[in-house]
Design a protein around this ligand. Structure first.
Ligand SMILES: [Fe+2]
Length: 325
């Protein structure tokens, strides 16, 4: 199947064409052919990804964790493992690279975010594969981080500039043991890859976090100031963070944002500013309605992602791989 390069100039920076969709025209029938096709067209595909931030591959012969691992491997990205990350979601590995997207219950919405942007270590690429779509709902929501920035700086120039210059601090509560009932239930032992409280403190110190121990051996940790707006190569500015996910999805934060979020200079983020971010993001979001076998590749700096709640008998199974360029 030819990759039509004239698509590229049309699609650059064009909100109307987000995400890019590449459908198999039937000529790629086996996994080996898919790998060959990707290898041959890698340069324009990566260029496209660097422009629009997300590509959906539909109709390719990818059916399980193993074939997805092979399909994604053809992109040649370096591996970013869940184990080495500081992600606070509970996940299960299927292959060394492939793991479940999030073990949160089906009625829980995962609000949009850049992957692991609440930590100093994050992947530059996140890919999702739908092995089995839900009966109803369960769309992956994606939206462009550069568009959000452009709209936010128009709506709230002073606060947006402040956010850019001082950054953001996140405070998270990590339980002693994994709690799969929430979207952020990974234990501090798992999150920090440590076995004891002493090791946890040492790790937090090295990350420049501050912390407090709570009842039931839970740990509350606050990051150092992390960038919330980044400037990419070529000058594009992007809204790159977990602010919306924390505000709407973390327990008790909507009611009292200061429990999880503050500017990097410790001043408060107003609800008005947070609500503006939410409404802008909603207005530019795209709901990716999964079909079995779909693979999405998302540039983590250029696009945010989330997950809508779902229902029905069918088990929704969406798997993830992280990569670095
Ligand atoms: Fe995510």
């Amino acid at each position: 199947m030819p990759y039509t390069s004239n698509m590229l100039s049309d699609l650059e920076y064009n909100q109307q064409h987000f995400p890019t969709v590449i459908k198999n025209d039937g000529s790629v029938q086996t996994l080996a052919q898919a790998e060959q096709w990707l290898a041959k067209n890698l340069t324009p595909i990566k260029k496209e990804l660097g422009c629009t931030g997300a590509i959906l591959f539909r109709g390719f012969p990818v059916c399980d964790a193993k074939s997805y691992d092979a399909f994604f491997s053809a992109f040649g990205y370096d591996n970013f493992t869940y184990k080495e990350s500081l992600s606070n979601a509970v996940r299960i590995n299927h292959t060394e690279k492939v793991f479940t997207a999030n073990e949160a219950p089906k009625d829980v919405e995962i609000f949009i975010h850049n992957e692991m942007a609440q930590t100093p270590f994050y992947p530059s690429i996140i890919s999702l594969f739908c092995e089995s779509a839900a009966d109803k709902g369960g769309e992956t929501v994606i939206c462009r981080s550069d568009t959000i920035y452009d709209e936010l700086v128009k709506a709230e120039p002073e606060l947006t500039n402040k956010l850019e210059s001082v950054g953001i601090k996140y405070t998270t509560l990590m339980p002693c043991d994994d709690d799969p009932e929430t979207g952020q239930g990974r234990s501090w032992k798992g999150t920090l890859s440590v076995g004891s409280a002493e090791e946890a403190e040492e790790k937090l110190r090295s990350l420049h976090y501050t912390w407090q121990w709570k009842d039931n051996d839970a740990l509350v940790a606050q990051t150092a100031a992390l960038p919330a707006i980044r400037t990419l190569q070529g000058g594009r500015k992007v809204f790159f963070n977990q602010i919306i996910a924390a505000y709407l999805g973390w327990q008790g934060v909507k009611e009292n944002p200061a429990t999880a979020l503050c500017f990097g200079d410790d001043s408060e983020l107003s609800k008005t500013f947070l609500d503006t971010m939410v409404s802008i993001a909603k207005s530019v979001s795209y709901n990716l309605e999964w079909q079995d076998g779909d693979v999405a590749v998302v540039h983590n700096h250029l696009a945010m992602h989330g997950r809508l709640p779902y229902s029905g008998e069918r088990k929704r199974k969406v798997l993830v791989v992280l990569g670095r360029e």
